[in-house]
Design a protein around this ligand. Structure first.
Ligand SMILES: C[S@@+](CC[C@H](N)C(=O)[O-])C[C@H]1O[C@@H](n2cnc3c(N)ncnc32)[C@H](O)[C@@H]1O
Length: 466
């Protein structure tokens, strides 16, 4: 009997929570949900759902879904074998297996599970945004776009603007695409620069921008109009990275209203295929668990001489369950130009950055950093997130008492899982996706940069179509 591929896939998607738009905690098999979102409810209080999370403007404090971690690190945090055990023992799947007895059945389930994990990472991210009230998104994210870290966006703007102006001078019609535009922190400085220095290029420029957050896309449209960009020059797209990457099946996770916007955006995206002359992105690609399909999409979108000029945060494995700073004195791998920070410096800088974002006092920050140095001196391993979340000083300095309690009462691990990769992982994925990597650098790191400085985290990659 033929293998009922589709039936298997559909059932695995159901069990993994990605076959409809309702929240993951409702749609996922409860055992699988516990594996993938072990801290669901960490911030809940009776009568005040998500109140603690909402006291922040950005979903930094979410009890994150582990599917969102970089695929390269996931196995340290959850066991695919455990998930598969549950899938293999599902009565419906067992019935399908009995019916067919097909060899390769287990592989079909594993493939469907991997596919579902990717879809889940996209759904989990959208879901986390939706827990924030619109006024917080507007005030805390959209309006603040570009404040952190301005230096990286400024550096990026200089490079991207130069490339676009050069293309226009060579008679190429420049088409820019900003991936993960947010409130425009990356895109607007590029356009401001061109508007000021090369107004002729601006007139010929087509500007595509994409984000899953509609408020950000609307804001960017208005800001571009203020800079003199005509509506016909803009291609705004409210779309999830999963759709950009062409991961099949994402539509099922969307609500009715979102589906129409998605269809329009997909049509626009299709029109850009082979036409984009520069793809840029700032601090956004790290949200994707598997970047290879996304970079393959970049490759499809780029014109023959098209370029990727992007930057992101990177640090050395702060997502690992255990870190040993004493063994991390090598330079970050894969850097082709300039100074590469030491791996341990990226960890220290990341700790400092998280603490600033979460509102630790200066005194509290210093205490945590001292503790890290102590571990390093003694050659002892530590859990980065636990250290940040449980240190006593942090309890004094956190913004709200409610949040303190949420951290205190729950085991803190995996409270703020955002995946940031060191550059070598982007470089490898780009090469797998058929792009040619030209430069990898930390242009903001100088001999004067201190280990705690955010500059140690900000790297730039330039690549081109083969
Ligand atoms: C840190 S912000 C960076 C925004 C902007 N580039 C800047 O520098 O200000 C990351 C952006 O990526 C978007 N993003 C993250 N995951 C996404 C996904 N799965 N699909 C679409 N957009 C996503 C977020 O909504 C957010 O606006």
């Amino acid at each position: 009997m033929a293998v009922p591929r589709e039936a298997i896939r559909n059932r695995v998607f159901e069990l993994m929570g990605v076959s409809d738009s309702r929240p993951l905690r409702i749609t996922t098999n409860p055992e699988i949900h516990r594996i993938l979102k072990p801290k669901e409810g960490a911030f809940d209080e009776p009568g005040a759902r998500n109140a603690a999370v909402r006291s922040f403007d950005y979903p930094l404090t979410q009890a994150g879904d582990l599917s969102r971690l970089p695929i390269e690190f996931q196995n340290e945090w959850f066991s695919r074998k455990e998930i598969d055990e549950i899938l293999f023992h599902d009565p419906k799947i067992l019935r399908l297996e009995r019916k067919t007895g097909a060899p390769g059945f287990l592989n079909l389930i594993r493939d469907a599970r991997e596919h579902a994990l990717l879809l889940r990472s996209g759904k989990a991210y959208s879901e986390e945004w939706k827990t924030l009230p619109p006024e917080h998104i507007q005030k805390g994210v959209v309006a603040k776009a570009g404040e952190v870290p301005t230096k990286a966006n400024e550096f990026n703007a200089e490079r991207v603007a130069a490339e676009l102006v050069g293309q226009a001078d060579r008679g190429v019609r420049p088409v820019l695409f900003d991936v993960g535009t947010g409130g425009g922190g990356t895109l607007l400085p590029i356009i401001q620069r061109i508007a000021k220095q090369n107004p002729e290029t601006l007139k010929r420029l087509k500007i595509a921008f994409l984000d899953v957050m509609p408020a950000g896309v609307e804001h960017v449209k208005k800001e571009l109009a203020k800079l003199g960009v005509g509506e016909e020059q803009m291609v705004p797209m409210v779309l999830n990275f999963m759709d950009l990457a062409g991961v099949e099946g994402f539509e099922a996770t969307l609500e009715q209203g979102e589906k129409a916007a998605r269809n329009d955006a997909l049509k626009e995206l299709e029109k850009l295929r082979g036409k984009v002359t520069v793809i840029t992105s700032g601090a956004a690609v790290h949200h994707v668990s598997d970047v290879t399909p996304m970079f393959a999409a970049f490759n499809r979108l780029l014109s023959r001489d098209g370029k990727v000029i992007m930057w992101d945060w990177g640090h050395h494995r702060t997502q690992a369950p255990q870190l040993r700073l004493s063994e991390m004195h090598r330079a970050v791998e894969g850097v082709t130009e300039g100074i590469a920070p030491k791996q341990r410096d990226t960890v220290v800088a990341m700790a400092n950055t998280w603490m600033s974002l979460l509102g630790y006092s200066r005194h509290a920050q210093e205490k945590v950093l001292k503790k890290m140095q102590e571990y390093e001196r003694k050659g002892k391993p530590f859990d980065f997130q636990k250290l940040l979340a449980t240190s006593r000083v942090q309890l004094e300095s956190f913004k709200t008492a409610r949040l303190n309690r949420a951290y205190n009462e729950q085991s803190p691990v995996a409270l703020f899982h955002e995946g940031h990769r060191p550059p070598i992982l982007y470089k490898d994925a780009m090469q797998r996706a058929g792009l040619v990597v030209e430069h990898v650098k930390y242009p903001l790191v100088t001999r004067q940069t201190k280990p705690t400085d955010t500059e140690n985290l900000l790297y730039f990659i330039e690549a081109r179509k083969k």
